[in-house]
Ligand binder design. Structure first.
Ligand code: FES
Length: 117
């Protein structure tokens, strides 16, 4: 299934935004990050303690917009692949979401994903 999320140009540059979806019938929070032409999506679940990452709604990035930050204990993650760059989950990483961009619209791709009811 291909689920449209939003347009690339609806995200700030740099910027981020959270979405609620379902996978296999279970609710899953995900988020998009954008920096220039780079757009990535990850499950909103810190590998340290399983907390949601954002410090305010839709705010997943550090002040410079260069890294994803976990609000709970400050773990830092790379925008491009979600690997942990520092903090208590070094060696772990965020789960990437398969995305495609068509006509400027970002979609989640994959048989397991469904829109939230
Ligand atoms: S829950 Fe994210 S750093 Fe601890």
């Amino acid at each position: 299934m291909m689920i449209p999320l939003c347009r690339v140009d609806e995200l700030n540059d740099p910027g981020s935004r959270g979405f609620a979806l379902q996978r296999g019938g279970e609710p899953v929070e995900i988020f998009l990050v954008r920096r220039g032409a780079l757009v990535r999506g990850y499950v909103n679940h810190c590998p340290h303690r399983g907390m949601p990452l954002e410090w305010q709604p839709d705010q997943f990035l550090d002040e410079a917009g260069e890294r994803i930050v976990c609000a709970t204990h400050g773990a830092l993650f790379a925008l491009e692949d979600g690997r942990c760059l520092g903090g208590p989950c070094r060696g772990a990483g965020l789960e990437p979401i398969p995305l495609s961009v068509e006509d400027g619209v970002i979609h989640v791709e994959g048989p397991d994903w469904e829109p939230a009811p």
